[in-house]
Design a protein around this ligand. Structure first.
Ligand code: CA
Length: 226
C-alpha cells in the first residue's frame, strides 16, 4: 500500500477534472478520475479511496444517488461539488451524509485545502483507540469488523451495535441506547429486535473464534463488551 492518500474525482467535465488532478498531484495525492455516476460505487468498493470529490450533475446516476449509495456501506469522506451556490442549502437539508460542499467555479487551491482538512479529520477518527480492543478491530471507513484478523461478515445493523459497544468497553448500554444508535432513521423497534441482533452478532463471533464471551448480557439492563 502506498502511503499517499488517494482522491477519487467524479466529474464529467474533463477540463475541471484535469485541473483538479494537477493540483492534487502537486500536493502529493494519488488521483483517479471517473466521468459518470454509474460506476462510482463499484469502483469504491474495490479500491477504497481515501476521499471522494463528487460532482452533483453527472451523466448516469447523479451525485445525490451516488452519495447515498456510498453512505450505505462506507464512511469515506465525501466533498460534494455543485454549480450553484443556492443548491447547497437544499443539499444540506437532504442530510445526505456528505462531509463538505464546494461551489463551482472554485479555486483548485481551496479544493486541495478542504481535502487536506477532511483527511486530517478522518485520520483523527481512525486513530481512536476504542476501535481496537481484545483482538477486535472496527474499521469505520471500510465498515468492517474483525476478531484476531478474521472478518465477522456483519450486517450494517450488527456492525453499528458492535461499534457502539466497542466505543466504551465495560460500559453497559441499555437496549434503548442501542436502538437509538442502530436505527438512525428513528424507526420504532422492540427490545426483542436488539436481542435478536445481539444473538446473531454473538453467533457470528462464536463461529469465527469459537467463543462468544466478548459480549455480555446484563440481566434487566442491556449489554456490554467484556
Ligand atoms: Ca457536471
Amino acid at each position: 500500500m502506498s502511503d499517499q492518500a488517494q482522491v477519487l474525482i467524479v466529474e464529467d467535465e474533463p477540463k475541471i477534472a484535469g485541473l483538479l488532478e494537477d493540483y492534487l498531484r502537486q500536493s502529493h495525492y494519488e488521483t483517479h478520475w471517473i466521468d459518470n455516476g454509474d460506476t462510482v460505487d463499484e469502483w469504491c468498493r474495490k479500491n477504497n479511496p481515501d476521499i471522494v470529490l463528487l460532482d452533483l450533475m453527472l451523466p448516469g446516476k447523479d451525485g445525490l444517488t451516488v452519495c447515498r449509495e456510498l453512505r450505505s456501506h462506507s464512511q469515506v469522506p465525501i466533498i460534494m461539488v455543485t454549480a450553484r451556490v443556492d443548491e447547497i442549502d437544499r443539499l444540506l437539508g437532504l442530510e445526505l451524509g456528505a462531509d463538505d460542499y464546494i461551489c463551482k467555479p472554485f479555486s483548485p487551491r481551496e479544493v486541495v485545502a478542504r481535502v487536506k482538512a477532511l483527511l486530517r479529520r478522518a485520520e483523527m477518527t481512525r486513530a481512536d483507540p476504542a476501535t481496537s480492543y481484545r483482538g477486535l478491530t472496527i474499521d469505520d471507513n471500510k465498515f468492517s469488523a474483525t476478531v484476531d484478523g478474521h472478518a465477522l461478515g456483519l450486517t450494517p445493523v450488527e456492525f453499528r451495535l458492535l461499534a457502539l459497544l466497542a466505543s466504551q468497553p465495560g460500559r453497559v448500554f441499555s437496549r434503548d441506547q442501542m436502538m437509538n444508535k442502530i436505527y438512525m432513521d428513528g424507526r420504532v423497534v422492540s427490545d426483542r429486535t436488539v436481542d435478536s441482533h445481539v444473538k446473531n452478532l454473538r453467533q457470528k463471533i462464536h463461529d469465527t473464534i469459537g467463543s462468544d464471551d466478548l459480549i455480555r448480557s446484563i440481566y434487566g439492563v442491556g449489554y456490554k463488551l467484556e
